[in-house]
Design a binder for this molecule. Sequence first.
Ligand code: SF4
Ligand code: SF4
Length: 119
Amino acid sequence: MKLLTFAKTELHNLFSKPATRLYPQEPRVYPERTRGHVENDIDVCVFCGLCSKKCPTGAITVDRAAKSWSIKRFSCIQCGYCVASCPKKCLCMRPAYTQPASEKGTETFTQEPKDDQSA
Ligand code: SF4
Ligand code: SF4
């Protein structure tokens, strides 16, 4: 009886598609509502720091003087509080996960100085 069950499973596995994919060669297609990771349209950011204050894990750091916005990707839990609190709507959740890495780094985005329109 056990041999029959085994043969059935073996035949099923032989003629069905593999349950795994060839990551990373075969890109992942994410479901529609995947939260993925946070992205900032840095040109729109006003460095108010609200996202940083709302972040429950302290993953975001905002430096108003240096016009920089940083995120520790491995501290982020994809809760989306920062996105909901941003008054400029420059934050969003992109439906793709952070690439695997061997070290926990910080990603920093700096706003380029804007042209002075009054000159
Ligand atoms: S809340 Fe929005 S505008 Fe304010 S610092 Fe964060 S990303 Fe920038
Ligand atoms: S999604 Fe949540 S944990 Fe991640 S940076 Fe935004 S507030 Fe912090």
